[in-house]
Design a protein around this ligand. Structure first.
Ligand SMILES: [Zn+2]
Length: 170
């Protein structure tokens, strides 16, 4: 089921996620819906608060291939190495993108949907997804990482775009 994606300034995007203590059928359904929603929006990653849920869960699909999605529950990042400037966008801040610094390599430790602990070290796009999505689960957006002036400029642009979109009724 495709869920509506929460957009900035929805306060749930500023909430810290709650740890999952048990992988219940409800959690499995949420994950399945998150995967459907991510593909429908043509995203490469999606965090639970982006669909209005407080659980500490994100999904990723760096290649966009169905059936190959990765699920991360209670994810923790470690082992950050290097820094590079990356272009980034977000389904919750649609219509704009910006260049921000991300670590070139990072390790994520999380549970999968079977409750097994997994540790994955990633580079490139997957490393960028890990940092972006864990940021969401900490109540942060990528635009928060921009210097003050750039952050103000992108928010202004985003507000103008979303206002225009809000006025178009199709
Ligand atoms: Zn995002």
């Amino acid at each position: 089921m495709i869920l509506p994606v929460m957009k900035e300034p929805n306060p749930i995007l500023r909430q810290k996620a709650v740890a999952v203590t048990e992988i219940t059928p409800k959690i499995r359904k949420l994950v399945a819906d998150m995967i459907d929603t991510m593909h429908a929006a043509e995203g490469v990653g999606l965090a639970a608060n982006q669909v209005g849920s407080s659980w500490n869960i994100f999904v990723a699909s760096p290649d966009g291939e169905k059936g190959q999605e990765m699920v991360f529950i209670n994810a923790v990042l470690s082992g950050a190495k290097g820094k590079e400037l990356k272009t980034e966008g977000c389904l919750s801040v649609p219509g704009v993108s910006a260049k921000i610094f991300r670590h070139t390599q990072i390790t994520v430790t999380a549970l999968d949907l079977e409750g097994k602990k997994r540790k994955i070290t990633a580079t490139d796009l997957l490393a960028q997804i890990f940092q972006h999505e864990v940021g969401h689960l900490q109540g942060k957006l990528y635009i928060d990482l921009l210097p003050g002036e750039e952050n103000a400029a992108i928010l202004k642009k985003y507000r103008a775009i979303s206002e225009t979109l809000g006025k178009i009724k199709l």
